[in-house]
Design a protein around this ligand. Structure first.
Ligand code: CP
Length: 302
């Protein structure tokens, strides 16, 4: 039987995504279920993480599984020159599932090809972050009561922000309208705009972060400027504080508007937004545990 990986959000059909969200709902109602008894899950984080690693590990613990892995590749034989292929071959001998974050785009697809056990992409460079997308979809569904016909405004680093790339592709199943707000240097890459055109998804592009656009939106998806992806830090300095959302900017927004952010944030959401009933980013991160429980069980066929 062929194994199931989650490398790109396009690995899952609309029906599979909806089934997974239904599973996440069940885990939210009853998070402690010993479905992973006797299973070992490897978390290999070649790049820093707080939420993704800890929520995956919480998910495994709540499911009764065991965890091996690392959060700092410099303490592994990668630092002696071991290749990604050999590392994955070894770990897939030890574990039933590999969850990997890597700085190179395409690393997760490569790992899935060489691994004998399922691989879940926990973020590969500026490419994709599909488990984040599933928790984003779950958060959107919970707050809006639907995924259909929503206006989603993405703000910030749309060039290097892998979460917006995966979310855009996933939302293509649900007739969205997108607003892309970014400085010229960090615009949504052409390949994703082509994807929108081919899928008849309307989108508008802006460089100014205005209340006019916020007030049309159902979801305001803020993102951090991804300093780690810049080769020239002078370029990062020019754009690092390009947009900041303040609570006053939400004054005339729709009642159902919710502010999402994959986190970590730096300066793009002022702390005065945190107490707004429209701020949803901390709950969004909690939803990650339930979505990731659903992902783990789905790829393991449980
Ligand atoms: N959202 C997200 O990927 O956060 P971490 O980098 O902390 O895992």
């Amino acid at each position: 039987m062929s194994k199931r990986d989650l490398v790109s959000i396009t690995d899952f059909s609309k029906e599979e995504i909806l089934a997974l969200l239904e599973k996440a709902k069940k885990f939210e109602e009853n998070p402690n279920q010993r479905l992973l008894e006797g299973k070992v899950v490897a978390t290999l984080f070649f790049e820093p993480s707080t939420r993704t690693r800890l929520s995956f590990e919480t998910a495994v613990n709540r499911l009764g599984g065991r965890i091996i892995g690392f959060s700092d590749a410099s303490s592994t034989s990668t630092s002696k020159g071991e290749t990604l292929k050999d590392t994955i071959k070894m770990v897939s001998n030890y574990a039933d599932l590999v969850i990997m974050r890597h700085h190179l785009e395409g690393a997760a697809r490569y790992a899935a090809e060489v691994s004998d056990v399922p691989v879940v992409n926990a973020g590969d460079g500026a490419n994709q972050h599909p488990s984040q997308t599933l928790l984003d979809l779950y958060s959107i569904y919970k707050t809006q009561g639907t995924l259909e016909n929503l206006t989603i405004t993405m703000v910030g680093d749309l060039k290097y922000g892998r979460t917006v790339h995966s979310l855009l592709m996933a939302m293509s199943h649900f007739k969205p309208t997108f607003n892309f707000i970014a400085p010229d240097e960090l615009r949504m890459p052409e390949e994703y705009k082509t994807f929108c055109r081919e899928n008849h998804i309307p989108f508008n592009e802006y460089t100014d972060f205005t209340e006019d656009v916020i007030n049309q939106s159902d979801i305001l998806y803020m993102t951090r400027v991804q300093r780690e992806r810049f080769t020239d830090l002078m370029e990062y300095e020019k754009v690092k504080n390009v947009y900041t959302l303040h609570r006053a900017m939400l004054e005339n927004s729709k009642d159902n508007l919710r502010v999402l952010h994959p986190l970590p944030r730096v300066n793009e959401i002022d702390t005065d937004v945190d107490d707004s009933p429209k701020a949803y980013y901390f709950e969004q991160a909690l939803n990650g545990v339930y979505a990731r429980q659903a992902i783990i069980c789905t790829v393991l066929g449980l």
